[in-house]
Design a protein around this ligand. Structure first.
Ligand code: ZN
Length: 237
């Protein structure tokens, strides 16, 4: 009887410890809101994590659904993500885990043609990237371009190098699309009211066909910081 009670107590204690560990390991509160076609705003929950399939490369985990989609769609190879290497602009997005350097994954059917297609999608007009992108380095940008590399920065609120930004903008809401290729709409979309000040982005209805409607960076809510141009980032493999 006594032994049994002790065992029960032990089990309870273990359960408490286990729950405590789970809570401790749980990600910070992450609140996502789909604010447009292919545009999601997420506040909280930032963390630098490994990019599956690219050993040694890390990124803010809130970008993972975008990265997964883009890599597959455009057959990309990632040469850099989160980085404090001085070759990158220190006030740019690499030290925030919100940028990628990209070349074709030629071993898997990738090509500069596909990379160029992505560059065009992200920045149809020079220096006017569409949301969620903040800065696109390609043809016309020193140290970037076809045959060198494509740089993509995702937009975000003001942040300090080496620390995840409070708010990030992505194509897909993190939490959606990670389970068996589900479409947007599951997961954490439309979570509890966020504090992001209801930015002035119109969802851009119409247009059908799933095409991207250009959204100028200037249309971002005011909590998005000013873009940083990476000038010397020559880091092709
Ligand atoms: Zn870069």
């Amino acid at each position: 009887m006594t032994l049994r009670r002790t065992q029960t107590l032990l089990v309870c204690l273990l359960a408490v410890v286990a729950v405590g560990a789970l809570v401790a390991a749980a990600p910070g509160a992450m609140r996502s809101k789909k604010i447009g076609n292919n545009l999601c705003r997420t506040t909280g929950g930032g963390k630098f994590v490994r990019i599956p399939g690219f050993p040694g490369e890390r990124i803010d985990r809130r970008l993972l659904p975008d990265v997964k989609y883009l890599v597959k769609r455009y057959k990309l190879f990632i040469t850099d993500g989160y980085s404090n290497d001085p070759v990158h602009a220190s006030n740019g997005e690499h030290p925030l885990g919100l940028a990628l350097d990209i070349v074709p994954d030629k071993a898997n059917g990738g090509s500069w043609k596909l990379v160029s297609r992505l560059a065009k999608r992200a920045e149809p007009v020079q220096n006017q990237p569409v949301a969620p992108w903040r800065w696109v380095g390609y043809n016309g940008d020193a140290g970037h371009g076809r045959g060198n590399h494509l740089h993509l920065s995702w937009n975000h609120s003001d942040a300090r190098a080496g620390h995840p930004a409070k708010t990030v903008y992505t194509m897909r809401c993190p939490g959606a699309a990670t389970r068996g290729g589900q479409k947007d709409g599951g997961g954490r979309d439309g979570g509890a009211g966020d504090s992001g000040g209801g930015g002035g982005l119109s969802p851009g209805s119409g247009g059908g066909g799933g095409g991207i409607q250009p959204r100028l960076e200037t249309a971002f809510p005011r909590d998005a910081a000013d873009p940083v141009v990476e000038t010397g980032g020559v880091d092709a493999p």
